[in-house]
Design a protein around this ligand. Structure first.
Ligand SMILES: C[S@@+](CC[C@H](N)C(=O)[O-])C[C@H]1O[C@@H](n2cnc3c(N)ncnc32)[C@H](O)[C@@H]1O
Length: 341
């Protein structure tokens, strides 16, 4: 499934996250659908990973629209477009590796501590933490089984334990950790305040909760360049931009306000900046072209002509009147830290 196309239902296979208790019911609904020659749906429930795999060659058929809204409504835990671990690495993982040391400096860490990495992805923060201090344990959780599998595959450190879990329902006793950290995660959690409450619950008194999210609206000119180009070309692109620029926790002060509302004290918000350095246009555009991230998900829905138009327009913006080659973009993340009273 890790290599398959995911999310969006114009192509199969698709990966849909649902509550475990709903898996059987949704699978049963799909199984009831009539057989229509080669358009017979194939449904597989994988309860262990708390997800439901639906493979179907349908386009926009009435049966599809009758059943999917129900399933979609249940997908409240994550707004992240999981496609392929290697593609994620090229789109974002390599940059979150650069951001991780700055975030650790801000969040603090000390020898002997037990740390929770919430939304570990492929492990950029997890492995940076292991290199930074002599920690006694690093628990890493992520909602995506694709990333849990990849982080587990990469891990050789016995102190690191990776598992699948929802940030809004952490599978740990209260006060288990010295710190709970979430790097570039909360903007993908529809109920981000609930995730902060959970991070607070699992950290001991006097411990630290810290999170960072990208500033999509004002702090990522390299990404805005793609998004604005797409928005100039179509109504769908404009809607994508609206969603992209206003994900949860991205407004100035929003993280801080949420931390305070969730009972954290001595709350500090700051900005962390890294540069994303690309070798050439392909280095910049290839993961999107392959379907990675929110823009990749969008371009995968376009027909050949629309796609060619977007490829050319984004290339033009990247090159900015010079020949193709290296370009460097500043990227700013909001970061927030608070203490458990
Ligand atoms: C942009 S990635 C960041 C991954 C990693 N922290 C990094 O910095 O590379 C966002 C991650 O948040 C995870 N995520 C989104 N919603 C989640 C939730 N409700 N619970 C746990 N993880 C979640 C996604 O699966 C994805 O791995």
């Amino acid at each position: 499934m890790g290599k398959g196309k995911a999310a969006g239902f114009t192509h199969g296979p698709a990966l849909l996250f649902v509550e475990p208790c709903e898996v059987r019911r949704i699978a049963a609904n799909f199984a009831k659908l009539p057989e229509r020659g080669q358009h017979r749906p194939f449904v597989a429930a994988r309860v262990r990973y708390q997800d439901l795999v639906i493979r179907t060659p349908w386009q926009n058929t009435p049966s599809r629209s009758k059943h999917l809204p129900r399933a979609r409504k249940l997908s409240m835990a994550s707004g992240f477009n999981v496609h392929d671990a290697a593609g994620y690495e090229q789109l974002m993982g390599r940059w979150s590796q650069k951001l991780a040391p700055l975030f650790i400096d801000f969040a603090g860490v000390a020898d002997g501590e037990r740390i929770l990495d919430v939304g570990c992805g492929t492990g950029s923060l997890t492995f940076a933490l292991a290199r930074t201090a002599d920690l006694s344990e690093i628990a890493a959780i992520d909602y995506s089984p694709v990333f849990v599998e990849e982080a587990t595959r990469r891990n050789t450190d016995p102190r690191i334990k990776v598992r699948q879990a929802d940030a809004c329902a952490l599978p740990f006793e209260g006060g288990t950790f010295d710190r709970a950290l979430a790097l570039l995660v909360l903007h993908f959690v529809p109920q981000a305040d609930k995730a902060v409450a959970e991070m607070r619950r699992v950290v001991r008194s006097g411990g630290v909760v810290a999170a960072a999210v990208w500033d999509h609206l004002g702090g990522m000119p390299g990404m805005r360049m793609m998004i604005d180009t797409v928005a100039a070309l179509s109504e769908g692109g404009r809607r994508l931009r609206g969603r992209y620029c206003f994900q949860p926790m991205m407004e100035p002060g929003e993280l801080k306000r949420t931390f305070i509302e969730q009972g954290l004290v001595d709350v500090t918000e700051t900005q962390l900046m890294i540069r994303m350095d690309y070798q050439n246009f392909d280095d910049y555009w290839a993961p999107i072209a392959a379907g990675e991230g929110p823009l990749g998900k969008y371009v995968a829905t376009l027909d050949t002509a629309e796609r060619a138009g977007i490829d050319a327009a984004v290339r033009d913006a990247y090159e900015a009147g010079r020949s193709d080659g290296p370009r460097s973009f500043a990227n700013v993340a909001w970061a927030c830290r608070g203490i458990i009273a």
